[in-house]
Structure formats: structure tokens, C-alpha cells
Ligand binder design. Structure first.
Ligand SMILES: *Cc1c(COP(=O)(O)O)cnc(C)c1O
Length: 235
């Protein structure tokens, strides 16, 4: 593996080629560098290499990195499962939450944002595509109800959908899941009073983001392809 800067260049090339194939502009794609289990110094290096969006999976870990890094110019994305008892810290730390998957969490976040912030928190609803019982996310047939409830909440602004599909060796096999998420977003827009807010599809990781882009991803979450193998796996 080359350094972060070289890896990022390669990822950007892959993004550009996927965009070409699908008649999209690379400007439509936000690359989120996923730094879970890496030190704060790695986040700093990533920012020096040109990364402006960072994804973290654990509230506590993100918090300690932010304490070390201070006002580093980064948009922080929560991409891991969010426990309700971490909601308060999450609201303080993150600019985006990708993993809103239940009403009770939405109610809690909404209350916290209303108390602490003067503008709504951008959130994505995490959808479980595929049948894996272990993955978090709301079932597709419950999505519209959750959307209707959360879209009433003044502290939260639903900006789109996120998914972690089942893992396949061959990225082509993931395509139907990405397509399903894109289709759900279309259907949400159709029923929404404010479809112009529903712009984001957070899908695609190191080994399958090209397919995700071809299917409409606007935010890709890339760890290994930029930072190399993770030093330890906490999952
Ligand atoms: C770890 C993680 C990623 C990054 O995975 P890579 O395969 O290393 O790119 C993306 N999304 C989520 C939700 C993750 O937990």
C-alpha cells in the first residue's frame, strides 16, 4: 500500500471512471474517509492529503480524536450503530448521522438538538436491504412510516438514505441492493413535501463503491482503500 495521499489519488481515479461510465460528475460524489481504529494522527494526515469528510463508527473514539485535533476543517459523519445512551455526545460531535434506524432514537436526537443547536441536524435513515438479521437498519416496508414521523421533527432534517448491504466477493452481486436503496429514495421523494432535501445516498465501501456510484451513490464510505488494513478490528 502506498501512503494516504497516493491511495486517495487512486480512489479518486476509480471514482472518476465510475462517474464516466454512468454519465455523472465526480463533483456529485463525497468521499468519506473512514478512520475507525486509526489514530488521530491518521485523520490529520488524511486532511493534509485533501480529505474533508471523515466517518467514524464509535462515539467515544471520535470524541477523543476531536479533542486531540481541535478545530480541524472536517465534516464528521457518524456511520456506526448509534446507541441511545450515546445520543447526547453524538449530537455534540457529529455533523451528520447516517445511522438513524428507529423512532425512539429519532425522538431522543430531536430533543437534544432542539436543546443544544440552532439548526437541524442532517440525518440519513439507515435501511436494511437483504435479509441479514445481524445488520441494523429499518426494514424497507417500515421506512415510509419512520420517514413520516421523523420528517415532522424540527431538530432533524432527513437528507436521504444509507445502507450496509450484505458482503459479496464480487461487487456486481451487490448491485441489486444499491438499486433497491436508490429506488426507495425515489419513492420517498414522491411522497415528500420537501423532495429537494432528499439528495443523498450513502452507499459503497472500498471494494464496491464503483457499483454504488453507478447506481446513484452521493456519499461513499471508504476506509481500507485509503488507509490500508485497519490496525485492529473491534467488531
Ligand atoms: C468500516 C466501514 C466502512 C469502510 O469499510 P472499508 O471496506 O474499509 O472501505 C464503511 N461503512 C461502514 C458503515 C463501516 O463500518
Amino acid at each position: 500500500m502506498g501512503g494516504i495521499k497516493e491511495n486517495l489519488r487512486l480512489v479518486r481515479e476509480r471514482v472518476a471512471r465510475a462517474c464516466e461510465r454512468s454519465n455523472r460528475s465526480p463533483d456529485e460524489i463525497v468521499i468519506i474517509g473512514v478512520t475507525k481504529t486509526f489514530d488521530a494522527s491518521v485523520v490529520k494526515e488524511a486532511v493534509e492529503a485533501g480529505i474533508t469528510h471523515i466517518g467514524e463508527n464509535y462515539v467515544q473514539e471520535a470524541r477523543s480524536k476531536k479533542e486531540i485535533l481541535g478545530n480541524i476543517p472536517v465534516t464528521w459523519h457518524m456511520i456506526g450503530h448509534l446507541q441511545s445512551n450515546k445520543a447526547k455526545q453524538a449530537v455534540q460531535i457529529f455533523d451528520w448521522i447516517h445511522t438513524l434506524d428507529r423512532l425512539s432514537l429519532a425522538e431522543k436526537l430531536n430533543r437534544l438538538v432542539s436543546q443544544q443547536k440552532d439548526k437541524p441536524l442532517p440525518v440519513l435513515l439507515q435501511v436494511k436491504v437483504g435479509q441479514e438479521d445481524t445488520k441494523s437498519g429499518i426494514a424497507p416496508d417500515e421506512l415510509f412510516r419512520l420517514y413520516d414521523e421523523v420528517s415532522q421533527m424540527e431538530g432533524l432534517q432527513i437528507r436521504g438514505l444509507m445502507t450496509i448491504p450484505p458482503y459479496f466477493e464480487n461487487p456486481e452481486d451487490v448491485r441489486p441492493y444499491f438499486r433497491q436503496l436508490a429506488d426507495l429514495l425515489k419513492r420517498l421523494k414522491d411522497r415528500s413535501d420537501r423532495p429537494e432535501l432528499l439528495t443523498e445516498l450513502s452507499m459503497g465501501m472500498s471494494h464496491d463503491f464503483e457499483v454504488a456510484i453507478e447506481e446513484g451513490a452521493t456519499m461513499i464510505r471508504v476506509g481500507t482503500a485509503i488507509f490500508g488494513e485497519r490496525p485492529s478490528c473491534r467488531r
